[in-house]
Ligand binder design. Sequence first.
Ligand code: AMP
Ligand code: MG
Length: 401
Amino acid sequence: MIPVSEARDRILAALHEMPPEWVGLENARDRVLADDAKAARTQPPADLSAMDGYAVRAEDTASGSAPLRMIGESAAGHGFDGAMGAGETVRIFTGAPLPEGADAILIQEDAEATGDRIVPKDPVASGIYVRKAGLDFSAGDIGLPSGSILSPRRIGLLAAMNVPWVPVRRRPRIALLSTGDELVRPGEHVGRDQIISSNALSVAGVVRLAGGEPVDLGIAPDEPDALARAADGASGCDMLVTLGGASVGDHDLVQDVLADRGLALDFWRIAMRPGKPLMFGRFGEVPLLGLPGNPVSALVCAVIFLRPAIRHMLGLEDTHPEIRRGVLATGLNQNDRREDYLRSSFRTDEDGIATLTPFSRQDSSMLSVLGQANALAIRPPHAPEAKPGDPIEFIALDGVA
Ligand code: AMP
Ligand code: MG
């Protein structure tokens, strides 16, 4: 049995970065930029007014100056043609270009206007309420570096930079193959001795949240040829994830069947609970991750191994789920040699302290408990007995699984 961290390192080391593909900004949300994005123009393109008022030459507004004479108007999208001379002013609105000769804005609240005679209530400083050309960015600036995740706020920036298409990492295609004679899909006829297959759907969600694209290969029965045929469906995908059939029971076929057909096994069995029968290798060209069949084990292992794998393929450095710190609400027994991920609920109090309550029932088949949990409390191998109030590390599940 190898430790969790070593298993994860070995998985990541075997994977390569996805090639880029081009997407329009309307489809770019949450994608990972595959190259530096450079501004195609300068913003603002010229000096613009930040307020409604009058474009002035600051020197004309000193106390004792003569009233200014308004000679025209500049609105957003419709600048004033011509230059402004000494003693002159131009009515101006937010976003409008400054007329040539002007260097400041007298806001309308600070002006007394009678026809075309404008009197500043106070002197105006040069540059005030002017957004200089290039204040935001200049053509050629790197607005976003390669590897940026394209959140809505960053898509706004790309749009302003007049970059309508961007190269992003292709989403890794993750083939999901459920195994087991007992499984039927939700909503289908359920025979005697059958249960509903939940893993492909829950793990597909983890894949999507991590930035991958799930490809459901369906349910293979516990029969060698059928399993092998179903696994062939993964060619062209970036990873094959098998669900179930990974332990050593007579009907756990994945390892044997795929070994006969070119599986190069890296490791199987890890020091983790839930999730001991985790398997990793390469099936032909395709990396293969074998997840345990128990639904809780499958989902927890997807969070701990598959999510980092997908994020690594996307070229992200921040691959692992964030480890947070909290305190235990209840005591825990001493741990054995397997790293334990306890389904828990946590709340954060007004001081920002998270209190974790591990559920008393931790059976790896129990989706009802997993459904109530919003955290996995981490118990390292051989962790000593813990009392209420003791510190504990955890992974928050919202946004992850
Ligand atoms: P296995 O690893 O195939 O021995 O499966 C371990 C346990 O998980 C068994 O009780 C299976 O019935 C169950 N199981 C396997 N695959 C799924 C699935 N896709 N959905 C729900 N339960 C499953
Ligand atoms: Mg099975």
